[in-house]
Design a protein around this ligand. Structure first.
Ligand code: ATP
Length: 624
């Protein structure tokens, strides 16, 4: 379960309005004028009726009434448009910052959160925030203005009738405020349920082929249905509360109307009150009731908006990947980087179970190690990790004291059984996660001393799943090399045997690869990932089973491309097929998170039982 976020208050909403102050002031002025015009209307009616009753000329009041009514409508429309526009700008700002924050979050956050729920926060929660401005804040402000003016004028016309009205209003308002707290809680439940449902739909649609192939459509629909029903139930609970708000107020107001009409009628009959004054009082009663109704619905909107703000701020409060740019240990050694970098892992241990160690925040914020804590062979200054952050006691660490060195411009392979921790080593090199102890150095500099963006722009990564972003071929290639020319793109496509793809249709490099690159074969996806890193021209290449999906002829072409690429680069390849890495400078054998052996293919055949066994299973050598 995710921790409950602190409840947002209206005050926390105001920073989002910064940058819109001028237009909001304009809206306030327009709103004041519009309220003033509404208040003037009953006065005109009062004068008109009293003039007609006393057989005095009344034409002027008719014209004034028409003018006041028309200009009230124009100002009302202007206020509504300006408000909507401001609200849209606020939502745009929130969406921008939320998306920026989401992309800056550490990878670990995505391991534990559901993408669908995050999408729902950017979509529906921000939309709810909009209603805080449009039907929330300003509705309340203009309602309060109108309310106050109506109160003053009603008191002036007849204090007794006003006393009756006030009693009814106070009783109704008390009931609604009591319900407000519940409404907020229910609204949060609704938004959480909608987030869960979006996550369930996202899961179903993103795995649609697997679901169809498993004939699991109905089961999946049932899973989504459970979430949809939960959202329905939460919505109904909310609707019940909202429905209760309306009758409470209307019973009180109707009661007030009846009593005012009865008492006022008696006063007019007794000659204690002019007919025009009673009509004006009743019109002001309308003016009092209208804003109360709007204020009540605004109150409900604000409660929903604040619940949405809670969910937005829950994300905004997360620590993004720490931007270490301000305090690099020393500048990135550009000349060495251009010709491949050396990599060193010193006694690296890591566990995915350690929830707090993933975003590098520990590097700076962790408590100082106490003297009696066990000391890592690598000092905290080098590792950037707080000591005492040992592996998860509950389980075996994924990496356990891993040490090896990759010399600059050399090729190193990581091999070993499935789950040995090979991909995890690459993830640590990219700083997607931080080691729980030990340290990694690039050209002798501990990774935390290198700004993340510098580090990542020195590394090209071919991921195991070779993800393809929806979009065009060119979009995908230019992801890490935005300034590459079309000729550059064609050159790398040829180098990985994908030139035919660019010629497949009239679209050429603008060929749409479909959602998630669905229009590509597994091997094409893998080659596209190769093309992307070759184009990016990074001094270090990390490749996770980069030829697992290609045929032997393409594999040969890719090996040749890698051979050329690795002349000036440092290459680390995770491989299952040992034949693809047999000529590498060194091979690191990982087993259950530990380094079992290091050496060349021939050396390992001599020295490592595990390696010899793997080679024998792949028929590279005869079984012992
Ligand atoms: N994001 C994650 N969260 C939690 N555990 C993970 C995560 N990624 C990997 N693991 C676990 O870490 C261990 C090592 O995984 P890793 O992917 O590094 O192994 P590998 O040697 O690359 O395996 P393979 O050869 O099958 O790709 C596995 O037990 C795996 O279940």
């Amino acid at each position: 379960m995710q921790p409950t976020a602190p409840r947002a208050t209206l005050r926390e909403f105001f920073p989002y309005l910064r940058g819109h102050v001028r237009v909001l002031v304009l809206v306030a002025v327009v709103s004041l004028v519009s309220t003033g015009l509404s208040i003037a209307q009953p006065l005109m009616v009062q004068q008109l009726v009293n003039a007609v009753s006393a057989s005095r000329p009344a034409t002027i009041f008719v014209w004034l009434l028409v003018a006041v009514t028309l200009s009230g409508a124009v100002f009302g429309a202007a206020q509504s448009y300006l408000l909507q526009r401001t609200a849209e700008s606020v939502v745009l700002g929130v969406r921008r910052s939320l998306v920026g924050q989401l992309l800056a979050l550490p990878v670990r956050e995505f391991d534990r959160r559901r993408v669908g729920d995050l999408i729902s926060r950017v979509g529906s929660d921000t939309t709810l925030m909009r209603s805080v401005i449009t039907s929330g804040l300003f509705e309340i402000v203009s309602s309060v203005l109108m309310f106050c003016a109506a109160v003053v004028l009603m008191v002036l016309i007849d204090p007794l009738l006003f006393g009756i009205t006030l009693t009814a209003v106070l009783v109704g308002a008390g009931g609604v405020v009591f319900l407000g707290r519940l409404i907020r809680k229910r609204s949060r439940d609704v938004q959480d349920a909608v987030g869960s449902m979006t996550a369930a739909v996202e899961r179903g649609l993103s795995g649609i082929r697997t679901i169809k192939a498993s004939v699991a459509e109905q089961r999946e629909a049932a899973v989504i249905d459970v979430e949809a029903t939960r959202a329905y139930d939460a919505g109904i609970a909310m609707a019940r509360l909202q429905a209760a708000v309306q009758p409470i107020m209307s019973i009180c107001i109707q009661g007030a109307f009846i009593v005012v009409l009865t008492v006022g009628g008696i006063q007019v009959a007794a000659g204690e009150l002019l007919l025009g004054d009673l009509i004006a009082f009743i019109l002001y009663l309308f003016l009092l009731v209208m804003p109360i109704g709007s204020a009540m619905s605004a109150f409900v909107q604000i409660q929903s908006g604040l619940a949405a703000l809670d969910r937005i701020q829950e994300i905004a409060r997360l620590d993004p990947e720490r931007a270490d740019e301000e305090r690099p240990e020393r500048p990135a050694p550009a000349t060495r980087a251009a010709h491949g970098s050396s990599i060193e892992l010193r006694d690296v241990s890591f566990s995915y179970g350690d929830d707090d160690g993933g975003n590098g925040a520990d590097a700076a914020d962790g408590p100082p190690a106490s003297a009696d804590q066990p000391r890592s062979p690598v000092s905290p200054a080098v590792t950037g990790t707080s000591e005492g952050h040992g592996p998860d006691d509950a389980g075996r660490p994924v990496l356990d004291g891993v040490s090896f060195t990759v010399p600059a411009r050399s090729r190193t392979a990581l091999v070993g059984p499935s789950g040995a921790g090979k991909s995890t080593v690459l993830a640590l090199l990219e700083r997607f996660y931080e080691p729980t102890s030990g340290g990694i150095l690039l050209d002798g500099v501990a990774l935390p001393g290198i700004p993340r963006s510098d580090l990542r722009s020195r590394i090209g990564l071919v991921e195991q799943e070779a993800p393809v972003l929806s979009g065009t071929l060119a979009d995908n290639l230019r992801l890490a090399a935005p300034h590459a020319t079309d000729d550059d793109l064609r050159r790398v496509l040829a180098a990985v045997g994908l030139d035919a793809l660019g010629d497949r249709s009239d679209d050429g490099l603008d060929l749409n690869l479909g959602e998630d690159g669905i229009r590509l074969s597994g091997g094409q996806r893998q080659r596209l990932a190769w093309a992307r890193v070759i184009l990016a021209d990074r001094p270090v290449l990390l490749m996770d089973e980069p030829t697992s999906a290609v045929d032997s002829r393409t594999e040969q072409l890719l090996q040749q491309t890698l051979g050329e690429a690795s002349r000036n680069r440092t290459v680390v390849v995770v491989a299952h097929r040992l034949s693809t890495v047999a000529d590498f400078d060194q091979i690191v054998v990982l087993d259950q998170g530990r380094v079992a052996a290091v050496g060349t293919h021939d050396e390992l055949l001599e020295s490592s039982d595990l390696y010899r066994d793997m080679a024998a299973r792949q028929r590279l050598v005869a079984h012992a």
